[in-house]
Design a protein around this ligand. Structure first.
Ligand code: HEC
Length: 217
């Protein structure tokens, strides 16, 4: 009798094991979306995955199917000008590539306004170190609290490299990308070039030479 119980137990456990392994699909799915969730990307058209396949989810129909919601009225754009950051890597090569950029993407028709805003931002953001005359003798340098700020005249720079340095920083100077939007970085860069480097036209030729040497390497 004991033996019989043992055999029955083995048989039952064995068949249970076989049944549980043999099933590939659950028999009945009540809520398929819960078993097989449908992941939509924000700007992808969200279509109904089950039922009337291929039709836009009605809730999102008015935004061409995109699940991402439109900004609420009164939202302030973070970058109203649509000028994107320069796609130059924060590497020595990226820095050298920036030197070859000699024009900014700003509209030359607004030059006067851009330079005025560039000056205002320069005075507020850069002059403490670089000085209002660009000689590297800003207030905190004169006070002795900080040193190593160069005179712009001693550096080979272009509007692109100034932009780059504002975005990524350079050596002892940190990045000012958090303070200035891309459009304003160009305005400050234009102001720096216009105000402190315009009397040094030969510098541009020297810059191109440097860039060429690097390109040849
Ligand atoms: C906290 C002080 C400080 C502030 C503020 C500052 N800089 Fe600098 N800047 C430096 C120092 C230090 C260097 C020298 C870095 C080096 O050794 O190459 C430098 C270097 C530069 C150079 C030369 C880089 C090169 O390619 O040789 C440029 C251009 C420049 N700064 C632009 C700016 C602009 C534009 C601003 C304002 C947005 C600014 N800096 C704000 C400290 C500062």
């Amino acid at each position: 009798m004991k033996k019989l119980t043992k055999y029955i137990l083995i048989a039952v456990t064995g068949s249970l094991l076989i049944i549980s392994c043999g099933k590939k699909k659950p028999g009945l799915v009540y809520f398929p979306d819960m078993y097989y969730p449908v992941a939509y990307d924000p700007y992808q058209e969200a279509v109904i995955a089950y039922g009337e396949q291929g039709t836009t989810v009605p809730l999102f129909a008015k935004q061409e199917g995109a699940t991402v919601l439109a900004p609420v009225p009164g939202t302030i754009s973070q970058n109203p000008e649509g000028i994107l950051p320069l796609e130059l890597l924060n590497t020595p090569e990226g820095y050298e590539a920036s030197k070859q950029i000699v024009t900014s993407p700003l509209d030359p028709a607004n030059k006067e306004k851009d330079l005025a805003r560039g000056k205002d931002l320069y005075v507020k953001t850069c002059a403490a170190c670089h000085g209002t005359t660009g000689d590297g003798q800003g207030n905190i340098v004169v006070s002795g609290a900080y040193s190593g700020v160069p005179n712009y005249k001693d550096r080979v720079i272009t509007v692109g490299s100034v932009y780059y340095v504002i975005e990524h920083g350079r050596n002892a100077m940190g990045s000012y990308a958090g303070q200035l939007l891309p459009g304003d970085r160009w305005r400050v860069a234009e102001y720096v070039m216009n105000e402190f480097k315009s009397a040094q036209a030969p510098q541009v030729a020297a810059t191109v030479q440097v860039a060429d040497t690097i390109a040849q390497k």
